[in-house]
Design a protein around this ligand. Sequence first.
Ligand code: ADP
Length: 258
Amino acid sequence: MTSYIQVRKACKKFIHNGKEFNALDNVSLDINKGEFICLLGPSGCGKSTLLNAIAGFDHLTEGSVMIDGQEVSEPTINHITIFQNYGLLPWRNVIRNVELGLETKKIPKEERKIIAQKYIDLVGLTGLEKRHPAQLSGGQQQRVSIARGLTVDPDIIFMDEPFGALDAITRMKLQEDILRISRQEKKTIIFVTHDIEEAVFLADRIVVMMANPGRIKSIVKVPLGHHRDRIASDFLYVRDKILELFNIKTEEYIEYYI
Ligand code: ADP
């Protein structure tokens, strides 16, 4: 069976100080519908470059990306991206920000309000509809951005270090919420992080990447159920195994079984 997302022999070269540089070197990856995939690795290993290529923001130098049988050439409204900087319009209140994607889809006003309220409730912002972004914490602003993305019922959600600017406690709360939402809404999620614990908490599979050149080192299926406990021994075991992986000096692409 062909997978939902297929990345084949992806190469991305950049020119840096007059020299060619491989940000992605021969990366191949299959992702199934409904999977939660984390791209994990140190800064500069090509995580964002890979995400941007799959999302259609950037073109590969060589290789291809197919989603649902179609070659990706540009971003589409069926796939949304959530970045670290929340991208909210400061002059609009919460509900008007959440309605933005629905306006683009020309959904009538009354229907927009109902859909926006559903997702405001889902992300836990009930009661804050009239506030403006400046009156919200970083975590609340990211919730608005997630609610806004969900209103258009996207097939795929791309998240590039979405919780990177948040404090540790808020970050954990948002991780729990995005996990709950992903199960409830049955979305395919591709999530970039350099935080091993975050990846183990969220992912069905973790794509472990390495730098110079940017490449996949391993793909790890996380052998944990849906309810993950950060201090349980099985969670810590998986986290340590992934940490170990960053120290193994193999250049081979391996499926890593824990
Ligand atoms: P990561 O997301 O893992 O931190 P990136 O995908 O952002 O890594 O970048 C991979 C490498 O490609 C880095 O060395 C980065 O400096 C380089 N790079 C990314 N975008 C560009 C660009 N537009 N021009 C030149 N080099 C780039």
